[in-house]
Each structure stands twice: as structure tokens, then as C-alpha cells.
Design a protein around this ligand. Structure first.
Ligand SMILES: NC(=O)c1ccc[n+]([C@@H]2O[C@H](COP(=O)([O-])OP(=O)(O)OC[C@H]3O[C@@H](n4cnc5c(N)ncnc54)[C@H](OP(=O)(O)O)[C@@H]3O)[C@@H](O)[C@H]2O)c1
Length: 348
């Protein structure tokens, strides 16, 4: 037994000595590590990454969970002006702004559709409305619009009107290309610049928080002219925001992905393809929080994937593939329709 005790004691003594040596060596290792510049580079990188993720999570929570729903109310100015207000996203903006108590000036092409929307807003929300029927494809309409807006205290302008292709097509194969270019540039670009020219001075005069909303898409081959006009609107909005920020004017560039409207010909809403009502409700909560927004959380995730995570060349490549498939489908269907119509004519 004593033998064993002695042996145990000796063993314990050796162990504690070993631990002390190991601890001293560890400390020397730590000291050595701390002296290495690479350690600090690594530590700084990890800390920045953690802070960045935290910041993104907090600002995401602020935008997509809390939102800024209380900002857009008629205290900004009695009237809201919406272009392309008789269908799709524009009609939903008009309805939501009327629900918040704005009087609505609706500007679009067809007077009968304008009358229908104006009647609906009056009946449902009991707000004042006005209409201006113009074709934004023309460039001589702005005197008429200026006269229609005279004397209105405008709080919000939604630059929404826009046209796209009938189907994805190679630039030189677009039917009636000359007129197509003029029309698309007038509707998608000139309207934004001219409407802003007419409305912004009154907003700047009163120096109160006002809003101007624009829209654009992502760059897409076979929809090249369309996506380029939207890139213009995005640049225009962001540049203008910086010019007029100090006067309390909020200018927001809105970049939706697909929304269920006549333009997209998508009929069934899904999580990533919302109805215009759902899209607009989400989008209006981001006003004042983001000067460039996808407007709707699933679209923000898609925006992050296509602009930050996936290389842009890959996005363009797959965009082109998707549009080529759509083009082939459209042309096939058109051919079959023409054949059917031809047969029907022969039978007559
Ligand atoms: N839907 C989407 O997935 C999506 C995605 C990204 C961006 N956007 C952009 O969002 C905006 C609205 O799109 P949307 O899908 O809601 O379109 P939409 O359903 O086709 O509605 C377009 C509206 O603009 C009016 N309009 C069209 N051409 C006009 C012209 N030459 N003059 C006057 N008014 C005209 C239409 O009036 P009429 O009824 O008289 O034709 C209609 O009120 C567009 O700028 C579009 O580029 C849409």
C-alpha cells in the first residue's frame, strides 16, 4: 500500500509540473500569436463580418418588420398624383393612397378607364379625384398636364406609367422598331423627367417631406430597351435624391421583380409574384427607409441574390436563356393562331 501512495504522490508531482510547463508554453504561444499581424487581420475580419451581419439583420428588421407605414399621409400635401393609374401597380398605388386620405389626380391614356377608377375611389374612400387623359407615348402632352395640376397642393408623385415588349425579341427584329423606340423612351423616360419637372418645384417651395416614386427592373437581354429605360429611371431617381434631400424631399427608386399584372401576363399570385395590392402595401412601408428598394421582402431576397451573390454575367446569361425560351413559345403560339385563322378563313 505505502508503495502505491509514494508512487501516486510522485505521479501527481510530475503531473502538476508538466501542467505548469504546458501552461507556460501555452502563454508563450498566446503571446507569440498576439504578436503576429496575421492574427489581427483575421480577428478584424471576423469582427467586421459579425458586425456587418448584425447591422444587416437589424436594418432588415427595421425595414421589413417594423416598416414606415405612418410616413405617407395627407399632411404632406392634399393631393397624390399617379401616372398609369388605371391598371396594375399604378391602380393599387392610387387605391392605397386614397385609403390613407389623399385626394387623387389620376393620369392615364383611356378616359373611360380613368372615370371608372375615379368613381371607385370616390365610392370606397370618399376622396376628391381628378383625371387627365393623355398618351405618354407623345411628347406634346405636358402643357395639358400642367394645366390639370395647376393650383393643387401635391404631396406625392408616383411616376408609375411604363410599357414593355409584347414578347422578348432581339433588338433588330422588334416590329416597327423606329416607333417602338420613340414610344418606349417617351413613356418610360420622358414621362418621369417631365412629370418631375412639373411637380418638384411645388414640393421644393414648401420644403416639407414629399415623395416621388419611380420604378425599374433588372437588366435583361431580349428586353434590352425596356430594361435600359428602367436603369435610366433608377439613375435619375438616385441622383435627384441627393440633389433635393436637404429640402426634405424623399425620392425613392422602386425595383420590383414580377408582379401579377396585365404587363407580365401572370395570372396566379405566388409568394414571389404578388398581387399589385400586396406589393404596393409592402412597398409603401419602405418609403423614407430605403432610397432604392425592391419594395417587397421576397423581391429583396431575389435582388440580393441577383446583384450581390451571383455574378452579374451569370444573371444576364440566364436572363437571356429564359427570354429566348419565352420568345420561342410566343412565336410558336402565334404561328399556330395564324394557321388556325387561315384555316377558318379558307372554310368560310
Ligand atoms: N408588373 C411587373 O412585374 C413590373 C415589374 C417591374 C417594373 N414594373 C413597372 O411598373 C409600372 C407599372 O406596371 P404594370 O405591370 O402595373 O403595368 P400595366 O398593368 O400594364 O398598367 C400600365 C398602366 O399604364 C397606362 N399606360 C400604358 N401606356 C400608356 C400610355 N402610352 N399613356 C398613358 N398611359 C399608359 C395603362 O393605361 P391603359 O389601361 O389606358 O393602357 C395602365 O394604367 C411600369 O412602369 C412597369 O415597367 C412592373
Amino acid at each position: 500500500m505505502p508503495k502505491i501512495e509514494v508512487s501516486t504522490h510522485t505521479h501527481t508531482h510530475t503531473l502538476s509540473h508538466t501542467r505548469r510547463v504546458a501552461a507556460a508554453m501555452n502563454w508563450m504561444n498566446v503571446e507569440e500569436t498576439l504578436r503576429r499581424p496575421l492574427f489581427w487581420v483575421g480577428a478584424f475580419t471576423v469582427a467586421s463580418l459579425v458586425l456587418w451581419v448584425l447591422y444587416k439583420l437589424l436594418s432588415g428588421f427595421r425595414i421589413w418588420v417594423l416598416g414606415n407605414g405612418m410616413l405617407l399621409y395627407p399632411k404632406l400635401g392634399k393631393w397624390a398624383v399617379v401616372t398609369g393609374a388605371t391598371d396594375g401597380i399604378g391602380k393599387s398605388y392610387a387605391e392605397e393612397l386614397a385609403r390613407r386620405g389623399f385626394a387623387l389626380m389620376l393620369i392615364s391614356r383611356s378616359q373611360d378607364k380613368l372615370d371608372d377608377v375615379a368613381r371607385l375611389l370616390k365610392e370606397q374612400y370618399n376622396v376628391e379625384t381628378g383625371t387627365i387623359a393623355v398618351d405618354f407615348g407623345r411628347s406634346d402632352i405636358y402643357e395639358k398636364i400642367e394645366a390639370g395640376l395647376a393650383g393643387l397642393e401635391i404631396g406625392v408623385l408616383v411616376n408609375n406609367v411604363g410599357v414593355s415588349y409584347d414578347y422578348p425579341e432581339y433588338y433588330l427584329n422588334i416590329p416597327d422598331l423606329d416607333n417602338f423606340i420613340t414610344n418606349m423612351v417617351n413613356v418610360n423616360i420622358t414621362s418621369v423627367c417631365q412629370m418631375t419637372r412639373l411637380v418638384l418645384p411645388r414640393m421644393a417651395e414648401r420644403s416639407r417631406p414629399e415623395h416621388l416614386l419611380c420604378q425599374r427592373h433588372v437588366p435583361l437581354p431580349l428586353l434590352t430597351v425596356y430594361s435600359s429605360t428602367k436603369a435610366f429611371v433608377d439613375f435619375f431617381s438616385r441622383g435627384l435624391q441627393e440633389e433635393y434631400r436637404r429640402q426634405g424631399i424623399i425620392i425613392q427608386s422602386v425595383l420590383p421583380f414580377f408582379v401579377v399584372t396585365k404587363m407580365t401576363r401572370i395570372r396566379k399570385p405566388t409568394l414571389d409574384k404578388p398581387t399589385p395590392d400586396r406589393y404596393v402595401l409592402a412597398e409603401l412601408s419602405t418609403v423614407g427607409l430605403q432610397s432604392q428598394t425592391n419594395g417587397y421582402f421576397p423581391h429583396a431576397v431575389m435582388g440580393w441574390l441577383t446583384t450581390k451573390l451571383v455574378p452579374i454575367d451569370l444573371v444576364i446569361f440566364f436572363g437571356a436563356r429564359m427570354n429566348r425560351v419565352q420568345r420561342t413559345g410566343y412565336l410558336k403560339r402565334r404561328k399556330m393562331r395564324e394557321l388556325r385563322n387561315g384555316d377558318a378563313l379558307k372554310n368560310d
